[in-house]
Write a protein that binds this ligand. Structure first.
Ligand code: ADP
Ligand code: MG
Length: 334
């Protein structure tokens, strides 16, 4: 007999009482959970939904899906410089498949535990597979000022940085969709970026008081940078010669097969989505502080451009000459 709703919650999502999770006064099991933010902090809240066929392929490994569903939410906390504390999970499932649930919850809790982020509640219903997580994080308020990193804090004349690598998730998606052929080891690495992204939580925390603005790259570098520029009312120039090799699989584009693909490589870096890296700005005077934050969090960062007073986003080559091209970022309703 299939597992009922309450048994399913009990078995896969309610865990034995653990040492008091920081900031959580009451977890799963009552009508509400209770959070207890530390004095002098604000609660950062973000919500992300994953829909089958839209955000993941139906055949994806459920353990990786559990990881990714939480990772994309932790990435939003990272972009705000918030310390993860807790999350809720709303789940629509076509059926109560125990093997699927066991793997999904394993992947989910492995990442949750790595960040000390406690599952405090949720909702479970029958329906097409849909996963909706809300995360709660903590940000200090110092001398009456929130330490949260916002999209709106960039000023003209600042450096623009991105963490880690960009474009590999999209490269994997194109390979899985049969649009290009990748050598097996490259596909495996790119696929890990697509299916098991690393939320840059430690970097986000280290950038508090250092970065002027931040966002996580979910829809593509140019599109997400556009959000910072709009919120901060400035423009920017990106040096494509610094950005192009951000793709981890760049070696592929140096091979005979990949030769034709310099433009494609740049497009993947500038507009490929699903990377969950941090894109941020910082004044030139903070260069050594940015490097210190990168080291402290063991997360590489690359400087790729500058913000400017002139509105709009310009792409240039190493000589400062304009680079043309259409690099649309992802928009669900476009
Ligand atoms: P209610 O009917 O009061 O909304 P439910 O019966 O839906 O409560 O859920 C019972 C308890 O189980 C609640 O504490 C709820 O937060 C929790 N819960 C339900 N689904 C999940 C889930 N997928 N993950 C974690 N907790 C869940
Ligand atoms: Mg309910």
């Amino acid at each position: 007999m299939a597992l009922g709703e309450f048994d399913l919650i009990e078995r896969f999502f309610k865990r034995p009482a653990r040492q008091a999770a920081t900031g959580v006064a009451l977890g799963v099991g009552d009508d509400c959970a209770l959070l207890q933010p530390a004095p002098g902090t604000q609660v950062a809240i973000s919500c992300d939904m994953l829909v089958e066929g839209r955000h993941f392929l139906p055949e994806v490994d459920p353990a990786l899906l559990g990881h990714k569903a939480l990772a994309v939410n932790l990435s939003d906390l990272a972009a705000c410089g918030a310390q993860p504390r807790a999350f809720t999970l709303a789940l629509a499932l076509p059926q109560s498949d125990e093997a699927w649930l066991a793997a999904f919850s394993r992947g989910l809790f492995a990442l949750a535990d790595a960040h000390g982020c406690e599952l405090i509640g949720g909702d479970t219903t029958q329906g097409p597979l849909n996963i909706c997580i809300t995360v709660f994080g903590e940000v200090p308020v110092v001398a009456g000022r929130s330490q949260a990193l916002l999209r709106s804090g960039a000023r003209p004349g600042e450096d623009i940085y991105v963490s880690g690598t960009l474009g590999d998730a999209r490269l994997a998606l194109e390979a899985l969709q049969g649009k290009l052929d990748l050598p097996a080891p490259l596909l495996a690495r790119a696929r890990a970026r697509l299916e098991q992204p690393t939320p840059r939580v430690a970097l986000g925390l280290a950038l508090r008081g250092v970065a002027s603005a931040a966002i996580d790259v979910s829809d593509g570098l140019l599109g997400d940078l556009g959000h910072i520029l709009k919120a901060s009312a400035c423009g920017a120039t990106i040096d494509t010669s610094l950005a192009i090799d951000l793709i981890a699989a760049h070696a592929f584009f140096e091979t005979a097969e990949g030769q034709a693909g310099r433009a494609q490589q740049l497009a993947l870096v500038l507009a490929g989505g699903d990377d969950y890296e941090l894109l941020f700005t910082a004044p030139e005077s903070a260069r050594s502080a940015v490097q210190a934050a990168a080291q402290a969090s063991a997360t590489p960062v690359t400087r790729i451009g500058r913000t400017e007073t002139q509105a709009g986003l310009r792409l240039v080559d190493a000589q400062g000459q304009p680079v043309s091209g259409q690099f649309a970022s992802f928009d669900h309703f476009a």
